[in-house]
Design a protein around this ligand. Structure first.
Ligand SMILES: C[S@@+](CC[C@H](N)C(=O)[O-])C[C@H]1O[C@@H](n2cnc3c(N)ncnc32)[C@H](O)[C@@H]1O
Length: 255
């Protein structure tokens, strides 16, 4: 199957997501698999069905892997964050401004809130958590997760969360640190004066051509000495072109 530009535009409108920035082959592979699983013979049939079916739209979004997230995703990288990167940032700056870009349903910013709370219980830190997907942001604001999700949280942080009536609750102390906002990384202005910028498992979906302005924007958003934290399978190939120096696997310091 070949996805035409017009079909990409229609899918982008339906899913409220700029799919033109996505890797075409990856998009094609995922949409084809979705069509096969759901019994659609052609992409135009799927598009026609998507118009009237919110549930199908959500299932397609889910199967594009676009909202997949976890608390403390790649725990070994969160250990480096908690043991090395954040203590260093806390020693240099008093109140940290953290940006979780592409925060999905909020597990990432609440993980960040728990780490900050553990490292500096009396601190005055703030987390701006942004995403393009309003449904995901509403879920993030409700902060209600399945009790099973507690298994994603490392033992050292489990006491920061509570399980009530079969669901995992995020306490007010952590919720208060996080402010959610809709933001499209491809077109909206970025927050400024950031000390830690967390953008994980989002840029892997994007075509190489759209990444340089994003990294440029990230560099401008960060204060000197601030840190960019990427996903486990994402690499910034030429960090110095954007004023970054590699710090640890997945971490880059703004020079
Ligand atoms: C795979 S999730 C990653 C969530 C989280 N960062 C993590 O690593 O667990 C990618 C998120 O990026 C968001 N996203 C996709 N395109 C975006 C864009 N152009 N601007 C902002 N967010 C976008 C999606 O809605 C989704 O919530």
């Amino acid at each position: 199957m070949f996805v035409t530009e017009q079909q990409v535009q229609q899918l982008s409108q339906l899913l409220k997501l700029d799919l033109s920035a996505y890797h075409p082959q990856q998009l094609q592979r995922l949409v084809t698999a979705f069509m096969q699983r759901n019994g659609f013979a052609g992409l135009n049939d799927l598009i026609a069905a998507l118009y009237g079916d919110l549930g199908l739209r959500q299932r397609l979004l889910d199967s594009l892997g676009i909202n997949v997230t976890q608390f403390f995703r790649d725990p070994q990288m969160w250990e480096i964050l908690a043991k090395e990167v954040l203590p260093d940032l806390l020693a240099k700056f008093r109140a940290l401004r953290v940006w979780s870009a592409g925060c999905s349903i909020g597990k990432e910013p609440y993980s960040l809130a728990a780490v900050l709370q553990k490292l500096d219980p009396n601190g005055n830190h703030s987390i701006i958590a942004t995403d393009i997907d309003e449904t995901a942001l509403r879920h993030a604001q409700r902060a209600e997760y399945s009790a099973d999700d507690l298994n994603e949280i490392p033992l050292a942080y489990r006491s920061f969360f509570t399980v009530q009536n079969g669901s995992l609750a995020v306490p007010l102390a952590l919720k208060r640190m996080v402010r959610f906002q809709k933001l499209n990384l491809l077109s909206d202005p970025y927050p400024q004066g950031i000390h830690l910028l967390v953008c994980r498992n989002l840029l892997i979906y994007f075509r190489p051509e759209v990444k340089p302005p994003i990294f440029q924007g990230f560099s401008q958003a960060l204060v000197k000495g601030g840190v960019l934290f990427l996903g486990a399978s994402e690499v910034l190939l030429n960090p110095s072109a954007y004023g970054f120096a590699p710090l640890q696997f997945g971490f880059y310091r703004k020079l």
